[in-house]
Design a protein around this ligand. Structure first.
Ligand code: XIL
Length: 380
């Protein structure tokens, strides 16, 4: 009697095991209706409800800045931060007026790999990338090597060999993660110093000499061959010792066959003080090397108080800058923030402000209309 009941129990357990096994298998199956043979028991039908989220296609307003610029093959970009994604007026302006995004800080080394070597936090950049895709926007990657963005773990005393390995591994992991999704990467950021165009004396330079530049570019090309590889810097928009030095470096790299696609003019500019002729000559010489020029971090700061006259000058500056993009086939016109609310300018440049094309309540400013005028006046 006892034996018989144990046997029965074992048999039941085996049957239950068989059933649940088979049913689980069909649950992960995607077909809609399936007849499942549960071997020794009866046939059961599993009805699968396949729920596919249907996303409304995003429609670009043909009157928007991004639409007008797209007619000329130009992306209007904005630097973005995750914290702002909770605000409707921010999102409306970002998605409707801009067609490109750069993360202002989130894809810098000290953010993406803050804790330890080989450990990464891609959550926020991935979310932003998804927003970009959902709204027909493209992404720039900013930035791989920047002296100002090094987590503590990167500050130890590496040998040249070790640091080379760390750099290659980082590029492999980070650029590899975003492979195929990034329009351009700022592979090197701010590598020329302000003093007479010498190389910036960063830890990279101290340990690796200028080899870190080559290592980074070569590895970057290998990891994401579709991304444009950019050297990005400020105060190189006009002809001066700093842009001369960058020009010489670019020439050297090209001669050596090191992969490089373009130069990012950050374009943190001062209203009323831009020498557009010098800028044109500078663009010419880089383009003659076969490189492209991108405007990657535009803001045109105004000295307070922001009088009507000063704002009219800023409007003209934005118009000229857009004209410059149009005349030189520059496809990347990125503003360093969606609206004045997000701008780093008031915090970093005393007495200056009002640098962008939307004000603190997301109203269009003169700069916006200046850019529109340039686009409308330009022959297609
Ligand atoms: C700035 C950000 O706007 C600030 O929020 C941050 O505190 C410091 O960095 N050149 C660059 C950008 O390449 O990464 C900098 O961004 C501005 C200057």
């Amino acid at each position: 009697m006892k034996k018989a009941s144990i046997l029965l129990l074992v048999l039941m357990l085996i049957l239950v095991g068989c059933q649940s096994d088979e049913v689980t298998k069909t649950e992960v199956n995607t077909s809609e209706t399936e007849t499942v043979d549960t071997k020794d028991t009866e046939e059961i039908e599993v009805e699968e409800v396949v729920e596919e989220e249907v996303k409304e296609p995003f429609v670009v307003n043909p009157e928007s800045l991004r639409a007008k610029a797209a007619e000329h093959g130009i992306y209007i970009g904005a630097a973005v931060s995750m914290g702002d994604f909770g605000f409707d007026n921010y999102l409306n302006t970002l998605f409707n007026e801009y067609s490109m995004m750069t993360t202002e800080n989130l894809m810098k080394w000290d953010r993406i790999s803050a804790v330890k070597r080989g450990s990464y936090n891609f959550v926020a950049p991935d979310m932003i990338l998804q927003h970009a895709k959902d709204h027909d926007m493209v992404m720039r990657g900013h930035a791989i090597v920047w002296h100002d963005s090094r987590p503590d773990w990167l500050k130890v005393a590496w040998t040249k060999e070790e640091l080379t390995e760390v750099l290659e591994e980082y590029i492999e992991d980070v650029m590899g993660h975003f492979k195929g999704e990034i329009h351009s990467w700022d592979v090197l950021n701010e590598i020329i110093s302000d003093e007479n165009g010498a190389f910036r004396e960063s830890r990279w330079y101290e340990i690796m000499g200028t080899d870190y530049i080559r290592v980074a570019l070569i590895k970057a090309r290998e990891v994401d061959p579709n991304a444009k590889l950019i050297i990005n810097d400020y105060s190189i928009e006009e002809i001066n010792p700093k842009s001369d030095a960058l020009y010489e470096l670019a020439k050297e790299l090209i001669d050596e066959g090191v992969p490089l696609d373009g130069i990012g003019f950050q374009s943190h500019l001062v209203s009323g003080g831009i020498d557009f002729d010098s800028m044109q000559a500078n663009i010419d010489r880089f383009q003659e090397l076969g490189l492209e020029v991108q405007f990657t971090e535009i803001d045109i700061r105004v000295l307070a108080p922001f009088t009507e006259e000063r704002m009219a000058v800023q409007k003209e500056d934005y118009k000229q800058l857009m004209k410059m993009a149009l005349d030189n086939d520059i496809d990347t016109f990125v503003l360093w923030g969606v609206s004045d609310t997000q701008s780093w300018v008031p915090m970093w440049f005393q007495d200056y402000g009002s640098p962008l094309i939307f004000d603190n309540v997301y109203e269009k400013k003169g700069g916006y209309y200046g850019m529109m005028e340039a686009l409308e006046e330009h022959e297609q």
